[in-house]
Design a protein around this ligand. Structure first.
Ligand code: SF4
Ligand code: SF4
Length: 421
């Protein structure tokens, strides 16, 4: 019996063994079908849907497809690429992914897909839902903020007597993964580490064992691929002797993004040839004295003054860029978003371990800007034209984007410059 079949992938004729998994056939023939839940030893789970392709005119998951004669497979149509991007963005918005403080950063499969797809931000509002972090298990801890419910751990991790250690509990959008403490105790150290490693994100951690490595030694730091995020460039007309005008500000951020901006070293000399700074902490100009071509915003909106400053920038800048994780998704300050504001203030000023014994005042004065109920990414307050991720963003990345917008040129960003942490 002839088991060899002919299929086509994005127009290329391919011979394959009948019944082979489509993801593997595609990979062996130079086509990358991204996946998150698919794991070589497991039967297909089809939970993440990222591998959706078009087969003979119908969209379906590649990980559940066995190749058969005459299949016409489309992997990289505009629609499919856009759908995959949207799924990743939704996963980021639905979970609480603070890459700068995540142990898996640099080794995370979802983060890497974000890089490959050139995702600079999510179009969907972040939910910031409070999710459990379970420290109770003997060896592991389970951080549901990062879990994408791929089910790999549920299906793969079993004790010697075949009992599951992980299971889904609750239903719908309240579903979480729970660890069975008794079964978890039966795992060997290596089995526990295996659970941490098969998790595509940083949801399962083993106490005392870190996957963290210095930048440059992590799995996805260098892929030698240029990233071409979509830039809305504008054609700016300058009169003889004029320079481009740039404004910058820091809202609820740490000023690290501004520090990174100055890190472009000798290219600062190129910068000042073509750019003059207007309202900015770099010039200490407090009010705009002219309209800016580009405004760079660091930090999210944590209080009323942040909102006021942000709107003032939007009114006075032709192109507004969010730079850094805090501006893009709230960043570290947004970690308070899971706690009611009253409780946050009481913890900070009355009950925290570092508060002075007997402290009984939460500062309040009309001179102190009122805190918002939560910290908002800036695109939830005004329209933003472009995003530069990172904590802080890489200096070259910042300058390439600003230059690309000002000079109306396409400047690719390298994989190692494009980071969320
Ligand atoms: S590194 Fe991965 S798991 Fe960790 S916060 Fe970022 S996306 Fe989430
Ligand atoms: S804990 Fe990790 S492996 Fe388990 S379902 Fe969540 S993301 Fe998948």
């Amino acid at each position: 019996m002839n088991n060899i079949v002919s299929i086509s992938i994005d127009g290329k004729e391919i011979k394959a063994l009948k019944g082979e998994n489509l993801v593997n056939v595609a990979r062996d023939n130079g086509f990358h079908i991204p996946t998150l839940c698919y794991f070589k030893k497991l039967f297909p789970l089809a939970t993440c849907r990222i591998c959706t392709v078009n087969i003979n005119g119908k969209n379906t998951t590649a990980c559940t497809t066995k190749v058969d004669d005459g299949m016409e497979v489309k992997v990289n149509t505009d629609e499919l690429l856009e759908n995959r991007k949207a799924i990743i963005e939704m996963l980021f918005a639905e979970g609480n992914h603070f890459c700068p403080s995540c142990e898996k950063s640099g080794n995370c499969e979802m983060q890497n897909l974000g890089y490959i797809m050139g995702i600079t931000h999510t179009r969907y509002p972040h939910l910031y839902r409070e999710k459990p972090v379970d420290f109770t298990p003997h060896r592991m801890l389970m951080n549901s903020n990062r879990c994408i419910l791929c089910k790999r751990c549920v299906e793969e991790i079993k004790t010697k007597d075949g009992k599951r250690v992980f299971s889904f509990v609750k239903r719908g959008n309240r579903t979480t993964v729970q660890i069975d403490y008794n079964e978890e105790r039966k795992l060997t150290d290596n089995e526990a580490i295996h659970a941490m490693q098969i998790c595509p994100v940083g949801a399962i951690l083993v106490k005392g064992v870190s996957e963290g490595k210095p930048f440059g030694e992590r799995k996805y730091d260098f892929l030698n691929k240029a990233i071409r995020p979509k830039l809305k460039r504008k054609k700016f007309e300058l009169k003889e002797g004029e320079k481009f005008v740039v404004g910058t500000t820091s809202l609820a951020g740490c000023f690290g993004c501004h520090m990174s901006l100055l890190d472009i070293d000798e290219e600062l000399l190129d910068m000042i040839e073509i750019v003059e700074f207007n309202k900015s902490p770099l010039t200490d100009i407090k009010r705009f004295s002219k309209r800016c071509h580009v405004g760079l915003i660091e930090g999210g909106c944590a209080n009323e003054e942040n909102v006021h400053v942000l709107r003032y920038f939007r009114e006075n800048c032709d192109v507004l860029i969010a730079f850094g994780e805090c501006a893009i998704m709230g960043g570290i300050p947004a970690m308070r978003n899971f706690v009611p504001l009253k409780e946050t203030l009481e913890e900070a000023y009355l009950n925290g371990v570092t508060t002075v014994l007997g402290a009984d005042v939460i500062p309040a004065s009309e001179d102190i800007p009122k805190l918002l109920d939560k910290v908002y990414p800036i695109n939830e307050v005004v329209d933003v034209d472009y995003y530069i991720p990172g904590c802080p963003p890489n200096a070259q990345h910042i300058w390439k984007v600003v230059k690309s917008i000002l000079l109306n040129e396409e400047i690719p960003i390298s994989h190692e410059e494009f980071k969320y942490d």
